[in-house]
Write a protein that binds this ligand. Structure first.
Ligand SMILES: Nc1ncnc2c1ncn2[C@@H]1O[C@H](COP(=O)(O)OP(=O)(O)OP(=O)(O)O)[C@@H](O)[C@H]1O
Ligand SMILES: [Mg+2]
Length: 466
């Protein structure tokens, strides 16, 4: 149970000797001990440092320890507090526990007792941390889905990912919406030496101009109205990992200039700050726009374009790699039928034919949503045409256009029905199920009518012998 970050413990007591003594017997290699003699100093430390446990005396010169604890609980809810009371002040101890102290100790301190209490809290914190990690992994937030597909196009994308991943070169991922650009960026990170580091996303389109800059570079307290606390930017947060700049085509020229400077000099400042900061970050960016056109129009900086675009990976639209449709559709079906707890075996031939024929303007994401919807609607063991949205179902008429049924005026409804059924049977190679699907009736009905017309063996090879 080793944590990479040392546990940070803040001791607050106005008696320097107590502080000295405690620091001495609490010091361990994986612990960092901070000290404060007043509540005010403690709060100042908490504003800049991340602390795990605060151990404070109840009697402080500028504030009561319980008040200090309440401040801490309000502003830094993750910190556990241990309060120390003078010998015999049971009332203080009771009040401390009632207000949410993790534990209390009576002075004079017994070092063993202090160590036992501290260890118990640290172990509890480690457990909570592990539990959160586990939940995160289980909920799939940490799992990068595999890039699926067997087409030549997608195999080229995979090859490019493997080639660029190990180096630190900036990569620009281009492709229409929903083609899998973010998935590609995550895969590059996962296959790089930075895979243990953070993968930080900035969506340049989703954030308003000013907000985007403070998101990217962070801000100091008081940098603008509403900046009540200092905040780290995504550049800083991505230190040691990968920064994914999504939809860079939407960035203003002003922000472009700042990013360019950061990339050129490797340094940046927080908004309202003067300190020059550094972060070791690999940049992957993505766009669904034609940046060359934006450069011509003067809305995207050419110099930034060449900085970001050392290597380009183009993710082709789904309609240009239709071979991937069945693979993706089956994978999504498996995922969603597991989630929905449904036993759906697959797609009917007709449904798959439509999926393969459709244009998919929303690419893989649209296919994913289409399959999810179909799984929700499906009550049987197979996804059929009727589970697909109307605009995809319409393609049936197109595909059947070449085999029209011509009916002269004067044809009875019964005759029209028969002609239509027979023509459809012919077009499906006398497949009863598919015919029923196209005509949106039950297979039983088709079989019943064929029998009524004395055609139950239509299209079937006569059986030899019995
Ligand atoms: N090859 C693939 N294999 C499996 N899933 C894929 C594949 N491509 C895309 N997806 C899935 O499709 C969805 C869209 O992918 P992603 O968000 O990466 O697309 P995008 O190009 O970033 O889209 P946008 O431009 O809209 O941001 C995601 O749920 C992703 O997991
Ligand atoms: Mg995206």
């Amino acid at each position: 149970m080793t944590s990479r970050v040392p546990d940070t413990i803040l001791l607050v007591d106005d008696d320097t000797n107590t502080l000295k003594g405690m620091r001495q017997f609490l010091s361990k290699p994986d612990r960092e001990i901070l000290t404060a003699e007043r509540a005010k100093d403690a709060l100042e430390i908490l504003g800049t440092r991340s602390v795990d446990i605060m151990i404070s005396d109840i009697r402080l010169p500028d504030m009561n320890g319980i008040q200090l604890m309440e401040e801490v609980q309000h502003h830094y809810p993750g910190i556990d507090v241990i309060l120390m009371t003078g010998y015999g002040s049971i009332q203080d101890a009771v009040a401390a526990m009632q207000k949410g102290a993790e534990s209390y100790l009576t002075k004079p301190l017994n070092p063993d007792e202090l160590e036992i209490v501290l260890t118990r809290i640290l172990q509890k914190r480690a457990l909570i941390r592990q539990n959160k990690e586990l939940l995160k992994r289980l909920s799939g937030q940490h799992v990068v889905p595999d890039i699926l597909g067997t087409s030549r196009e997608i195999r080229e994308v995979l090859k490019a990912i493997r080639e660029v991943a190990p180096s630190d070169v900036p990569v620009l991922v281009e492709g229409e919406t929903g083609t899998g650009k973010e998935l590609v960026a995550r895969a590059i990170h996962r296959h790089s030496e930075r895979s243990e580091g953070p993968f930080v996303v900035v969506n340049c389109a989703a954030l308003h101009e000013n907000l985007l800059e403070s998101e990217l570079f962070g801000h100091e307290r008081g940098a603008f109205t509403g900046a009540v606390k200092q905040k780290k930017g995504r550049f800083e947060l991505a230190d040691g990992g990968t920064l994914f700049l999504d939809e860079i085509g939407e960035m203003s020229l002003e922000t472009q200039a700042k990013i360019l400077r950061t990339l050129e000099y490797g340094t940046f400042e927080r908004l309202g700050g003067t300190q020059s900061l550094q972060a070791d970050v690999r940049i992957i960016s993505a766009t669904n726009r034609d940046l060359k056109k934006k450069i011509e129009k003067g809305t995207f900086r050419e110099d930034l374009f060449y900085r970001l675009n050392v290597i380009t990976i183009k993710v082709p639209p789904l309609r240009e790699r239709r071979g991937d449709i069945p693979v993706l559709a089956r994978a999504f079906l498996e995922r969603f039928s597991t989630i929905q707890k449904k036993a759906i075996e697959g797609f009917s031939e007709e449904a798959m034919r439509l999926l393969e024929r459709y244009e998919w303007p929303g690419n893989v994401r649209e296919l994913e949503h289409t399959v999810e919807r179909a799984v929700i609607l499906c009550r049987g063991g197979e996804i059929t045409v009727e589970h697909l949205p109307a605009h995809i179902r319409e393609l049936i008429d197109e595909t059947q256009g070449e085999q029209a049924v011509v009916l002269p005026v004067g044809t009875s409804l019964k005759e029209a029905e028969k002609a239509l059924i027979l023509k459809t049977l012919e077009s499906t190679g006398y497949h009863r199920g598919r015919t029923a699907e196209i005509l949106r009736v039950s297979k039983r009905k088709i079989e019943y009518l064929l029998k009524a017309w004395g055609l139950e063996g239509l299209g079937r090879k006569p059986r030899k012998g019995v």
